[in-house]
Design a protein around this ligand. Structure first.
Ligand code: NDP
Length: 293
């Protein structure tokens, strides 16, 4: 069984980013990412901090905008308009979820699609469906595809089951895997909460991408021998024995499923580190496209 170590692949992606950053610096450009947080949700705050830190570590220009929970929709849209117009900012991300009074889809629509490094704007969703490589692919599924490529997993002609149909993971993942070319050309089935006889569906799969947000949901009976699994899930479960009182587990019951796998990602240390690395890569791509480098 091959353990697909996301931290190692993420380090490779970041090393590639560094080369691009040096090439852009030689031309007088510095990629910039703005991360906007509304409110004080502790998990969101931690995500924003780690994105800001990663930018600074790489030598990117980083703008961290932490706005109070009472920020109005209008005020937030004004901040986004200012970032759209700021030539030092090439990527803009509004941390999800915003407070309830904010209309998230209006926020996504307000971001200049050329700076939409999350890949959530309808223009970028369409570009993904159209296989137009100038668009931005959402970071998590892009990271999963890179993990498969790096692990030497052949997707062409493979039967892939994507578990979950969210706009952040499942749906773009399916589009990437069914696209023509390297890392694609798969026969994709998307399963979700209404799927009947799920175990029968997943047992057919050569590759499973698990993105449902249910701890240890995928069990040994869901998979066939020799399957490759990318576990996107990040779930907190109680762990009274640990210092924090909880631990993070994936959507896959790793201990019982891993022995049947040809390859599998761990949680943590699998998809998680890839997401932030792909965000850096998307920011650099946005910079290159905006400055014409
Ligand atoms: P969502 O809650 O938006 O979507 C979950 C999907 O799973 C839905 O399509 C839902 O079906 C489906 N689902 C839920 N329960 C079942 C079930 N019992 N059987 C079959 N399908 C089911 O989650 P996300 O896509 O945002 O995230 C999924 C997981 O990935 C979470 O654990 C999240 O924390 C993690 N994640 C990890 C990231 C990383 O960087 N590693 C980044 C983003 C997410 P339906 O549509 O019918 O409701």
């Amino acid at each position: 069984m091959q353990l697909i170590k996301g931290s190692e692949v993420a380090a490779k992606v970041l090393a590639e980013c560094q080369q691009d950053i040096a090439a852009l610096a030689a031309l007088g450009h510095k990629p910039g990412l703005a991360v906007v947080l509304v409110g004080d949700d502790p998990a969101s705050r931690a995500y924003v901090r780690s994105k800001d830190k990663k930018c600074r570590d790489l030598g990117l220009h980083s703008v961290k905008l932490e706005l109070p929970a009472e920020t109005t929709q209008e005020e937030l849209l004004a901040h986004i308009a200012a970032l759209n117009a700021d030539p030092a900012v090439h990527g803009i991300l509004v941390q999800s979820p915003p407070p309830k009074h904010i209309d998230e889809s209006a926020v996504v629509l307000a971001i200049d699609p050329r700076k939409d490094v999350d890949g959530f704007h309808p223009v970028n969703v369409a570009k993904l469906a159209l296989e137009d490589s100038s668009g931005f692919v959402p970071c998590t599924p892009a990271g999963c595809q890179r993990l498969l490529l790096d692990a030497g997993v052949e997707t062409s002609g493979a039967k892939v089951v994507v578990l979950g149909r969210s706009m952040i993971v499942g749906k773009p993942m399916a589009l990437l895997l069914m696209a023509k070319g390297k890392g694609g050309d798969a026969t994709v089935t998307v399963a979700h909460s209404r799927t009947k006889n799920l175990a029968e569906v997943t047992r057919e799969a050569d590759i499973i991408i698990a993105a449902i947000g249910r701890p240890n949901f995928v069990r040994a009976e869901h998979v066939k021998e020799g399957v490759v699994i990318i576990d996107v899930g990040i779930n907190r479960v109680e762990d009274p024995g640990s210092e924090k009182g909880y631990k993070i587990v994936g959507d896959v019951a790793f201990d019982e499923v891993a022995p049947k796998c040809r390859a599998i990602t761990p949680v943590p240390g699998g998809v998680g580190p890839m997401t932030i690395a792909m965000l850096m890569a998307n920011t650099i791509k946005a910079c290159k496209q905006l400055v014409g480098a």
